[in-house]
Design a protein around this ligand. Structure first.
Ligand code: HEC
Length: 183
């Protein structure tokens, strides 16, 4: 047993010393593919320039060095600073309640308690997330921020901009403001 091992070890060392492995056709075929200089299409250096916004496979984001976020910030600031153009008249509140109950209630509830039951069967709940009791947060937010949140959603919250009109969202804000007063 020990002899056999020593023999194999000796043979292996001999092969390495004489570089026999590199000369074997089969081995060369296999290793050549790895040893040669090659760049995969998504590796840095394989192309002159990467399109802005892509990520190379070695993990580099190819950003626009001059400007990355200002356009986004600008949009967010504009929308979150917008004054609510809809007065909280009864029609606005009625539409706000209808749309809030349709699109927001299931996750957020309309009290300051977290709505665990309504939320139970949603995908977000499967991920172990809880939607905040929204009216305990909204007093700290501007009308525009809530409008913006309803439109674009969040990291977890779905974007509801496609389902609601701008008027709907302003009406939702008006309705939320009344909920805040009567939790
Ligand atoms: C599918 C569940 C779900 C629905 C429907 C939903 N939300 Fe949310 N919402 C969340 C979750 C989860 C969070 C916290 C994580 C996040 O921001 O993504 C959240 C956060 C918020 C916040 C807090 C924002 C912040 O920045 O802290 C506001 C305001 C809000 N939602 C408003 C609304 C309004 C208005 C609607 C209806 C148009 C709505 N949500 C519909 C799940 C939901």
């Amino acid at each position: 047993m020990k002899r056999k091992f020593l023999f194999l070890l000796g043979l292996f060392l001999l092969m390495v010393t004489l570089n026999l492995t590199a000369r074997s056709t089969l081995f060369t075929l296999i290793t050549d593919m790895f040893n040669q200089v090659s760049l995969k299409p998504q590796e840095r250096g394989s192309m002159g320039t990467f399109p802005i916004g892509t990520v190379s496979v070695d993990g580099r984001v190819n950003e626009d060095p001059a400007d990355r976020f200002s356009w986004m910030e600008q949009e967010i600031i504009e929308e979150t600073a917008t004054k609510n153009p809809n007065a909280p008249v009864p029609e606005s509140l009625a539409n706000g309640k209808l749309k809030f109950d349709t699109y927001c209630l299931v996750c957020h509830g309309d009290t300051d308690a977290i709505n665990k039951a309504g939320f139970a069967a949603t995908k977000i709940n499967d991920l172990g997330m809880i939607a905040p009791a929204v009216i305990s947060l909204t007093p700290f937010f501007t009308d525009g921020y809530i409008f913006h949140k309803a439109k674009y959603g969040g990291a977890v919250m779905p974007a509801l901009g496609y389902a609601t009109t701008a008027t709907d969202r302003w009406d939702i804000v008006n309705y939320i403001r009344t909920l805040e007063k009567t939790p």
